[in-house]
Design a binder for this molecule. Structure first.
Ligand code: GLN
Length: 486
């Protein structure tokens, strides 16, 4: 048997269920792996070794006593630090939440734990999930396991790097405009943003509530489907969670790509894809054709407006969501508590980093009475046009393919001085959030030794087809098996 840290989530669950390896051995192996490689990667904000070992031992005891094995039996998982885990801190990568311990566990985490998964720790992220490089974390940047001089992507950069460096076979992230798919692509792992409403947002700290979705990062589409079979489904604690049949997702991966009509929005792709990324994308299309998919041309005429639209909608919602951090209800307080406005001001000034402040100011501006119609209302109208583009495109295809990002991982510090440059990293991921549709990123051929992703977008609630096509691609390629740190 391989060292447990090299196993997939599915393999771990199978072996632990058969009691060929104990959950404790699996967790210890991952904790040792974290000790060995974390100094090079800095993926975690908080490690929870005692909690993890205790849970693993309890699981082993339950299995020994005859409890039927749950589907993620003994699978270690890393959790982005904006999902609450009761009894541990949630920081969201921000100073303003320092010292905050949530009194509940996020539904997504609770479902994984109930299915036998074991939380290893909380992963680094851009502050309040605002960013594309994890450099906006108030604590430290995370480094790309493929090249420590480069970013892992963001905002779920800690989760993506942890999976790529084999510190966890599975991690949770959140995706508001690409924060699961973009770091997954830049670290060479699989990432899924589910359909809006598929996964409960209860216990997920809100960034932009009409766009946020929780989803898995892992190494194979098979593991993503396994995790989603546990994560998906209605939760009475989140009124936006959808009551839509989940179906047999682990079974759906075997559907294959034969007969699937793959739409490619060529005109949209002309907008600044690096040559190497385009070549990798075209090669991936060739692989899918050889698996039996047919290529069709589709148009996304409003795609070029997606970034501008996203940064109006997301900042407007963020400015409202972040109003609650006032030094009274959560985390840290600064200034003289007898002088209310001054205390609010000082807490927020010292607690938030500059990207978060930029977005609160922009969001407040676009919602202000004089500008609301010109910016916010117009952005909502364009959002509707973007959604209609997808509806029209899905009339002639089943899945839409694009590169996940226009470039491979950039250097640490390369884009921090120019936020607009950073925003462009999201050009191919934000449309799916605006439309509410699912998106899967799967590693395709690397560009100069750096991973990039193939993005597959599907109809609302049709993750099953994405899994079928993504799994067919992984059966035909080995990109996802490459290990950045031996
Ligand atoms: N990079 C985008 C942003 O900065 C998306 C972030 C996300 O999906 N959380 O807003």
């Amino acid at each position: 048997m391989n060292a447990p840290w090299r196993l997939s989530a599915g393999e771990i669950a199978r072996l632990v269920a058969r009691r060929e390896v104990s959950a404790e051995e699996v967790v210890r192996s991952h904790l040792d792996r974290i000790d060995a490689v974390e100094p090079r990667v800095d993926a975690f904000l908080q490690r929870l070794p005692e909690r993890a070992l205790e849970r693993a031992r309890r699981l082993d005891a339950e299995l020994a006593a005859g409890r039927p094995a749950p589907p993620l039996c003994g699978v270690p998982v890393a959790v982005k630090d904006l999902l609450d885990v009761q009894g541990t801190a949630t920081t969201c990568g921000s100073r303003i939440l320092e010292g905050y311990e949530p009194p509940f566990t996020a539904t997504a985490v609770a479902r994984l734990e109930a299915a036998g998964a074991v939380v290893l720790g909380k992963t680094n992220m851009d502050e309040f999930a605002m960013g594309s490089s994890t450099e906006n974390s108030a604590y430290k940047p995370t480094r790309n396991p493929w090249d420590p001089g480069r970013v892992p992507g963001g905002s779920s950069g800690g989760s993506a790097a942890a999976v790529a460096a084999r510190m966890a076979p599975l991690a949770l992230g959140s995706d508001t405009g690409g924060s699961i798919r973009q770091p997954a692509a830049l670290c060479g792992v699989v990432g899924l943003k589910p359909t809006y409403g598929r996964v409960s947002r209860y216990g997920l700290v809100a960034f932009a509530s009409s766009l946020d979705q929780v989803g898995p990062l892992c190494r194979s589409v098979a593991d993503a489907a396994l995790a989603c079979s546990v994560l998906f489904g209605r939760d009475t604690r989140d009124a936006t969670s959808a009551d839509v049949e989940v179906g047999d997702l682990p079974g759906a991966i075997h559907g294959g790509a034969a007969g699937v009509r793959l739409g490619v929005p060529w005109a949209f792709l002309e907008r600044g894809v690096e040559a190497g990324v385009l070549a990798s994308f075209e090669q991936a299309l060739g692989v899918l054709e050889s698996c039996g998919a047919t290529l069709v041309d589709v148009e996304l005429p409003h795609g070029p407006h997606a970034i501008a639209t996203y940064y109006l909608v997301a900042t407007a919602e963020a400015s409202s969501n972040l109003a609650r951090y006032d030094g009274v209800r959560y985390g840290r307080r600064q200034g003289d508590a007898r002088e209310l406005r001054g205390m609010y001001g000082e807490t927020r000034d010292r607690g938030f980093g500059s990207e978060v402040k930029r977005r609160i100011i922009l969001g407040t501006f676009v919602l202000s009475s004089g500008y609301y119609d010109a910016y916010y209302v117009r952005a909502q109208k364009v959002r509707t046009l973007i959604r209609s583009d997808f509806e029209a495109a899905f009339g002639s295809c089943d899945v839409i393919a694009t590169p996940t990002t226009p470039t491979p991982a950039f250097r640490l510090g390369e884009k921090t001085a120019d936020p607009l440059q950073m925003y462009l990293a999201d050009v191919f991921t934000v449309p799916a959030n605006l439309a509410g549709i699912p998106g899967l990123s799967v590693p395709c051929a690397p560009v100069s030794g750096l991973p990039v992703g193939l993005q597959l977008l599907g109809r609302p609630f049709d993750e099953a087809t994405l899994f079928a096509v993504g799994h067919a691609f992984q059966q035909a390629t080995a990109h996802h098996q490459a290990e950045p740190i031996p």
